[in-house]
Design a protein around this ligand. Structure first.
Ligand code: S3P
Length: 435
C-alpha cells in the first residue's frame, strides 16, 4: 500500500500516545511467566506485540484481548513444546526475547519470521545462549532458530560486544525462566525496560558502572504476582508526532502519556540542543517507568553534532531525526550508528535514499549520516521507497508536510507493526495522508 502525504498549513490538538511496543512485548512474556491473572491496559495492539502474543499462546500461555485491554490468565498446565513453528513476523524483539525465554524453560521450538526478519543477525543471541549451555541451530546465524536441548548455566557472566537491549533482555529472560542468576555488561547504556519490569515485580537487580560499561546483575528471585499492569506510551511513536509539530509552521500539539524512560528519550535532549520548543509536564512513574505529557510548538531548528554515547538511546529515532535535520539550518552529524544497517531494513541506506528523493544534501558514512539542512520547503521528485520498514515509511510521510508537492511513500503496510492508526492520528492533528 502506497501512501501520499500532502503539504499542510499547521498541526494542532491533543493526542494520547499509543502504547510502548518494547514494554508490551515484555509484559506478555514476563506476565505469562508469573502465571496469574493480569489485566494489561495501554497495550500496543499492533502486529509485533500480537505475534509475540500468539507465539506465547502456542507455548501454553492463555492471553486474550478484551476490548482495549489484554488479559493474561493463570495457566492450568505448564508451558509445553509448541505444535507448530512460532512465527514472529517482522519482530526482532519478539524473536530474540523469546529465544532466550524458551531456552530457559527447556522447551524445544523453532522460531521463524518474515523476509526482513529472516535476514537479520540472530547469532548475537544464539552464541551467548550456546555458551550458557543451550543447543540451538540457525540458518548461518539467521532464522529459523531451532532451540533444542541443554540447560542454562547458573552465574553466567557475559560482556556484550554490541550495545543491544534485545540481546541483554534475551539472556536475562533465559536466566529468569531457568531460575538462575546472570551478570551482563553492556558497552553503552541501552533501554532498561526488562530490568525495570523485573525490579517492579520484586526481582533482585543490581547495576554498576566500570570502564567496560554498565553491568547488570540479576539474582535468582521469586517474582511477585500482580493483577494489573499499565503500559506507558511509546516514545518512539511520539517522536513522529513531535517532529511533525516542530517542522510544520504555526503548530502546537500536546502528546499525553508518553514514556520518558531516559534510556529511550535521548531524542528530547538532542532536539532541545537543536532549539526545539518542547515542554514536559505531568511527569510521573507508572509501573516503574517514567512518563509525562509533551507540549511541542513549531521551531526554527539548527543542526548539531549528535554525541556518540546517546546513539543507543535514540537508535529507533534516527530516521525521523534525519527528517528533522533536513529542516534544521546547518549540519547535523550522526556517527557510531552502524547498528542501523541491521534493523527492519538497512536504515542508513533507506534514510539516505529518502533524503535523496527530498533533494536534501547529505553524506552517508559507514556508521552514520551528515545532513545539510535548511528551513526551506522541499520539492520531492520521486516516490520514496520504504523498504517495507515502518519507521522509514512514517519518517518520509512526515517529511511530506513540508514539501511543495507532497511525498508518496511506497509499501507502507508495515506501519501496522508498531503504529496502527498512524495516518488517522496524524490527520486528526492536521496532516493530510491518504492512499
Ligand atoms: C528493542 C531494542 C532495540 C530497538 C528495537 C526494540 C527492544 O534493538 O531497536 O526496536 O525492545 O529491546 P537492539 O537491541 O537490537 O538495539
Amino acid at each position: 500500500m502506497n501512501l501520499k502525504s500532502q503539504p499542510i498549513n499547521r498541526l494542532s490538538g491533543e493526542v494520547i500516545c499509543p502504547g510502548d511496543k518494547s514494554i508490551s512485548q515484555r509484559i506478555l512474556i514476563i506476565g505469562s511467566f508469573l502465571n496469574c491473572d493480569i489485566r494489561i491496559s495501554g497495550f500496543l495492539d499492533a502486529e509485533d506485540p500480537n505475534s509475540t502474543m500468539i507465539a506465547l499462546n502456542n507455548l501454553g500461555s492463555s492471553i486474550e484481548k478484551d476490548n482495549d485491554e489484554v488479559l493474561i490468565k493463570k495457566r492450568s498446565e505448564p508451558f509445553s513444546n509448541p505444535s507448530s513453528f512460532l512465527d514472529l513476523g517482522n519482530s526482532g524483539t519478539g524473536m530474540r526475547l523469546l529465544t532466550g525465554f524458551i531456552s530457559g524453560l527447556n522447551l524445544e521450538a523453532t522460531l521463524i519470521g518474515d523476509e526482513s526478519l529472516s535476514k537479520r543477525p540472530m547469532s548475537r543471541v544464539v552464541n551467548p545462549l550456546t555458551a550458557m549451555g543451550k543447543e540451538i541451530s540457525t540458518n548461518s546465524g539467521k532464522a529459523p532458530i531451532q532451540i533444542k536441548g541443554g540447560n542454562i548455566k547458573d552465574n553466567f557472566e557475559y560482556v556484550m560486544p554490541i550495545a543491544s537491549a534485545q540481546v541483554k533482555s534475551s539472556l536475562m529472560l533465559a536466566s529468569m525462566s531457568s531460575g538462575n542468576s546472570i551478570k551482563i555488561t553492556e558497552p553503552k547504556i541501552t533501554r532498561d525496560h526488562t530490568e525495570r519490569m523485573i525490579e517492579y515485580l520484586g526481582g533482585f537487580i543490581e547495576t554498576s558502572e566500570s570502564f567496560l560499561g554498565k553491568t547488570i546483575f540479576l539474582n535468582k528471585s521469586k517474582l511477585s504476582k500482580i493483577s494489573s499492569y499499565e503500559v506507558v506510551g511509546d516514545f518512539s511513536s511520539a517522536a513522529f508526532i513531535i517532529i511533525a509539530a516542530l517542522i510544520s509552521k504555526n503548530s502546537k500539539v500536546l502528546i499525553k502519556n508518553v514514556g520518558l524512560n531516559k534510556t529511550r528519550s535521548g531524542l528530547l535532549d538532542i532536539l532541545l540542543k537543536m532549539n526545539a520548543d518542547i515542554e514536559i509536564t505531568n511527569e510521573r512513574m507508572t509501573c516503574n517507568e517514567a512518563c509525562g505529557d509533551i507540549l511541542v510548538k513549531s521551531s526554527e531548528l539548527v543542526g548539531i553534532e549528535v554525541p556518540k554515547k546517546i546513539i543507543p538511546n535514540i537508535i529507533d529515532e534516527i530516521p525521523i531525526l534525519s527528517v528533522a535535520a533536513s529542516f534544521a539550518e546547518g549540519k547535523t552529524v550522526i556517527k557510531n550508528a552502524s547498528e542501523l544497517k541491521v534493523k527492519e531494513s538497512d536504515r542508513l541506506n533507506a534514510t539516505s535514499m529518502g533524503l535523496k528523493a527530498m533533494n536534501v544534501k547529505h553524506e552517508v558514512l559507514d556508521d552514520g549520516l551528515i545532513i545539510n539542512g535548511s528551513h526551506d520547503d522541499i520539492k520531492i521528485h520521486n516516490q520514496i521507497e520504504s523498504f517495507g520498514d515502518h519507521r522509514i515509511a512514517m519518517s518520509f510521510l512526515i517529511a511530506g508536510l513540508r514539501s511543495k508537492n507532497g511525498s508518496i511513500v511506497k509499501d507502507c503496510s508495515n506501519i501496522e507493526t508498531s503504529f496502527p492508526n498512524f495516518s488517522k492520528i496524524m490527520n486528526n492533528l492536521g496532516m493530510n495522508i491518504n492512499e
